[in-house]
Design a protein around this ligand. Structure first.
Ligand SMILES: Nc1ncnc2c1ncn2[C@@H]1O[C@H](COP(=O)(O)OP(=O)(O)O)[C@@H](O)[C@H]1O
Ligand SMILES: [Mg+2]
Length: 300
């Protein structure tokens, strides 16, 4: 199973790129899941198909999935009630299941858990991850050390604390430890998958404008410092030829950012994707897939 993680700033075309990638790999006969990790889902709009709380088969070899964060947060809270109560108890915070999904870092934890389920199930040849605008890959990489820190703390208190919990309710302290270990194994599995170039690759999507290019540089620098390789860059919304003054000026500006990216990342494959002049959805994705992969600009 291969993971293709699509990252970038909000609105640059991550979901369009992820969907078109899913179309491309499924056209090749590879069983593919396009998995949205952005709480503000848009795959159903782009594929023009209602998506539910389970991966849905939307065409030959292609599945799409937008987990409902609120529902998943409730289920996650129920599943890990012991550990979460203990964790928040340490900080003297009381949390209700319905508020849990809105807490910082929780969506990453939940999506990591879902991704792990999919990863260990090994049902698909490709999983394309349509990520949230914040570089969610970072929390995913840091989760193992966060959970490890927590385990160490709990283990450090084991004698006085776990013992007391076991007395209060038989096995309660031990069950907390077991749950933390499970969570840590999942986080480690996903971190190891993401840093393994044989399994995962990151595609950074950007547009030829100053702020987006700067953010792309930061994103690439940060994830690569964690050992995750960014193999491809998609420069989206590139203007087609036009003689009018306005377009000429904009094209000159775009060209300078494209050249800067090409110079900076000569080791990566860079795809130029035109602005299609209208929202991209449904059948139009075939063209995007062709423009990205059919021309050989980037590969899978
Ligand atoms: N090359 C393009 N040409 C025209 N519209 C595009 C192009 N790429 C993306 N769009 C449109 O821009 C909007 C944002 O794209 P989307 O893929 O949802 O961005 P992100 O997932 O990064 O937030 C959508 O309405 C999409 O249809
Ligand atoms: Mg999106």
């Amino acid at each position: 199973m291969r993971l293709i993680y699509v990252a970038g700033k909000g609105g640059v075309g991550k979901s369009v790129t992820s969907s078109a990638t899913g179309i491309w790999t499924s056209n090749l006969g590879m069983d593919t899941l396009t998995f949205s990790m952005d709480p503000a889902h848009s795959l159903s709009d782009i594929f023009d198909i209602e998506l539910g709380s389970q991966p849905k088969n939307i065409r030959d070899h292609l599945f799409a999935y937008e987990p409902d964060l609120t529902e998943e947060a409730k289920g996650f809270f129920r599943r890990y009630k012991n550990i979460l109560t203990a964790l928040f108890g340490l900080f003297e915070v009381e949390v209700k299941p319905e508020d849990f999904g809105n807490m910082p870092g929780v969506s990453e934890l939940i999506f990591m858990d879902k991704l792990n389920d999919i990863f260990v199930e090994k049902k698909y040849d490709y999983v394309v991850i349509d990520s949230a605008p914040t570089a969610m890959v970072l929390p995913l990489l840091q989760l193992p050390s966060i959970t490890t820190g927590f385990v160490t703390r709990v283990l450090g208190m084991r004698n006085k604390w776990i013992g007391v919990l076991n007395l209060l309710e038989s096995g309660f302290g031990d069950s907390i430890l077991k749950e933390i270990r499970t969570m840590r194994v999942k986080a480690e599995t996903m971190r190891n998958a993401l840093i393994d170039p044989k399994i995962a690759t990151i595609t950074a999507v950007t547009i030829p404008e100053k702020a987006a290019v700067e953010e792309t540089r930061r994103l690439i620098e940060t994830v690569e410092s964690h050992g995750v390789h960014v193999s491809s860059i998609v420069i989206n919304h590139v203007m087609k030829e036009c003689d009018c003054q306005f377009c000429q000026r904009k094209m000159r500006s775009q060209r300078s950012y494209i050249q800067a990216l090409q110079a900076l990342y000569s080791d990566k494959r860079i795809a130029i994707l035109p602005d299609y002049g209208a929202e991209v959805k449904g059948d139009a994705l075939q063209q995007v897939a062709q423009d990205l992969y059919g021309t050989g600009q980037i590969g899978i």
